[in-house]
Ligand binder design. Structure first.
Ligand SMILES: NC(=O)c1ccc[n+]([C@@H]2O[C@H](COP(=O)([O-])OP(=O)(O)OC[C@H]3O[C@@H](n4cnc5c(N)ncnc54)[C@H](OP(=O)(O)O)[C@@H]3O)[C@@H](O)[C@H]2O)c1
Length: 248
């Protein structure tokens, strides 16, 4: 874990990952669009800020080249860019569907296209993507985001095999509801928070540190013999329903 690139490094999970990596002495480059939020995380953590839109493939490829020159050869890559979209399919516009796929699946494709050749040349690297519990567990109104994140899970499994011979590992973390700016509307509202807590067998929603800890594991040599895996970090939600307390 000498040099790690985090796309979405100013977000709830990305920033917490940057904090933890810096605390372990890694060089960290963070990418996001809003310069102000990116600089705030860079100032706090000592990470290097590179403002860019991952969906602009050419600009992102240039950014990755600058990171290699200014920060160091990228050994680890975490793509913490994504969205949450909750609406039943019949009430979802084609534009919403396309935007959700762009932000989640296409952004991962573009980012990996830029990073993989560098890791292939050096025959080492670890990649972490982010899915959602909804990709493997049927949750109402999650059709669009579940489909987009299922694309991520398919990408992870295939890429893990394609790039294993280059010494590159590819894994994903699949969180349930986690307290970040992305899901603020869900956890800030008392009623939806209560309903969410009740859904999770471990009796709480996730914190950014829960998810960042799993990403740290995949980025480190502790997972040296692990690739192609989707790790559910979801308070037990994907394992089954919490027990129902029946009143006499
Ligand atoms: N929080 C949850 O409940 C939850 C649940 C399941 C899965 N996840 C997944 O976990 C990952 C991290 O989520 P989070 O909760 O940390 O989200 P977040 O707080 O909203 O952070 C998202 C980050 O991505 C950046 N970003 C968005 N679009 C970008 C683009 N086109 N180019 C460059 N940067 C871009 C954002 O900064 P700018 O807007 O400034 O670009 C921000 O730094 C995502 O893949 C998300 O889908 C989260």
């Amino acid at each position: 874990m000498q040099t790690v690139l985090i796309t979405g490094g100013s977000g709830g999970i990305g920033a917490e990952l940057a904090r933890r990596l810096r605390a372990q002495g890694a060089n960290v480059a963070i990418v996001a669009r809003s310069v102000e939020r990116l600089n705030a995380v860079a100032d706090e953590t000592g990470a290097h800020a590179f403002p860019a839109d991952v969906l602009d493939a050419e600009a992102f490829a240039d950014t990755v080249k600058r990171i290699e020159t200014d920060v160091g050869e990228i050994d680890g890559f975490a793509h913490a860019v994504g969205s949450v979209f909750l609406r039943p399919l019949h009430a979802t516009s084609l534009e919403d569907w396309r935007t959700t796929f762009e932000t989640n699946a296409t952004s991962a494709f573009i980012a990996l296209k830029a990073v993989m050749p560098l890791m292939m040349r050096r025959r080492r690297g670890s990649v972490v993507l982010f899915s959602t519990v909804a990709a493997s567990t049927g949750l109402p109104n999650h059709e669009t985001i579940a489909a987009a994140k299922s694309a991520i899970e398919g990408l992870v499994r295939s890429a893990s095999i394609s790039y294993a011979r280059y010494g590159i590992r590819v894994n994903a973390v699949a969180p349930a509801l986690t307290r970040t700016p992305l899901s603020r509307s869900l956890w800030e509202n008392e009623m939806t928070l209560k309903a969410s807590v009740a859904m999770h067998p471990l009796g709480r929603i996730g914190e950014p540190g829960d998810i960042a800890a799993a990403a740290m594991y995949f980025l480190s040599d502790a997972s040296a013999w692990t690739t192609g895996q989707i790790l559910g970090v979801d308070g037990g939600l994907s394992a089954g329903s919490p027990p129902v307390t029946l009143k006499p």
